[in-house]
Design a protein around this ligand. Structure first.
Ligand code: FES
Ligand code: FES
Length: 161
């Protein structure tokens, strides 16, 4: 048995202090220790993107990161982005365009889409497709997702004018 390790970090703006097993991954830490179950776990080996979260402003696959690696970090999950209103328009666009069905991929899709829109306010459909290519959806066929992201980008640019 390896002794638990103390970590301190911020999650969705709140300070968290915890004792974690050294091999606990970030996805399980968020879901099981902090009960932030919006972060989903699909493949558990970095392929599907369902577990995408933000760490220090970069999106990462939380199934591939250890909880202990977030010592001192700022982590944002889908709950944080949703509660802050940062992605309300994107969520509405997903809903309005049927860009989700079972919803399993949706938190990771939204995290990845918002990451793109922050970096590239006017992405082409190809750029959207490319940026989301690491997020798998088994339901929608992707077109509706691309439509929703493109519509959000257009609307944000319109309201920024
Ligand atoms: S669960 Fe992390 S990439 Fe699939
Ligand atoms: S909506 Fe079901 S996996 Fe994407």
């Amino acid at each position: 048995m390896t002794a638990p390790i103390p970590i301190s970090l911020h999650v969705n703006g709140e300070r968290v202090d915890a004792l974690v097993p050294p091999r606990l991954n970030l996805a399980d830490f968020l879901r099981e220790h902090l009960h932030l179950t919006g972060t989903h776990v699909g493949c558990e080996h970095g392929v599907c993107g369902a577990c995408t979260v933000r760490v220090n402003d970069e999106i990462v696959r939380s199934c591939l990161m250890l909880a202990v690696q977030t010592q001192g970090a700022s982590v944002q999950t889908i709950e944080g982005l949703s509660d802050s209103g940062e992605i309300t328009d994107l969520q509405e666009s997903f809903r309005g365009r049927n860009a989700l069905q079972c919803g399993y991929c949706t938190p990771g899709m939204l995290m990845a889409a918002q990451d793109l829109l922050r970096r590239l306010p006017a992405p082409s459909r190809e750029e959207i497709r490319e940026h989301l290519s690491g997020n798998y959806c088994r339901c929608t066929g992707y077109h509706a997702i691309i439509d929703a992201v493109e519509a959000t980008a257009d609307a944000r640019r319109g309201s920024a004018r």
